[in-house]
Ligand binder design. Structure first.
Ligand code: ZN
Length: 148
């Protein structure tokens, strides 16, 4: 198996959160890495724990081998494209549950992204590949323009 690049690994992580209706995680990471917001501001803004915010940041840093500049560059390009994706998990009518639009299974909100990761991995891979190629194209056409 070929090791994933940081771009692929971060994109896959964000796509999984977005499809799993954890949009606030994608926004929180954008605020942290691109807007330099503090974990406590972010926690207040999205109603998530400060330690959770640090946990999400940590996951991204691991995927970028601890390179903050790389994490920033990737999140800045990837997050806006990921936020355009429509979540697969939608709130169900009966209380705290989320319903999967693909298989109709209902699960608690906190495992909605895990449901997508476990049962619908091909969809995550499809969107990840699509976003990664879009970004590689954007970056290479920018370089071509500079050279020409
Ligand atoms: Zn499903």
């Amino acid at each position: 198996m070929v090791a994933k690049t940081a771009l692929e690994a971060v994109t896959e992580y964000l796509v999984t959160k977005q499809l799993g209706a954890r949009t606030e995680v994608v926004r929180a990471l954008y605020d942290y890495f691109v807007n330099n917001a503090s974990p406590s501001d972010i926690a207040g803004r999205y109603g998530i724990g400060k330690h959770q915010v640090r946990g999400y940041v940590q996951r991204i840093m691991e995927k970028c081998d601890g390179n903050l500049a790389r994490a920033r560059a990737i999140i800045r390009r990837v997050a806006p494209l990921v936020l355009e994706l429509e979540p697969v998990m939608v709130p169900a009518n009966d209380g705290e549950l989320y319903r999967c639009k693909i298989c109709n299974q209902k699960v608690p909100a906190y495992v909605a992204d895990k449901h997508v990761a476990y049962y619908h991995r091909p969809l995550i891979e499809l969107y990840t590949d699509r976003i990664v190629s879009t970004i590689i194209e954007q970056v290479s056409s920018k370089h071509a323009k500079r050279a020409g």
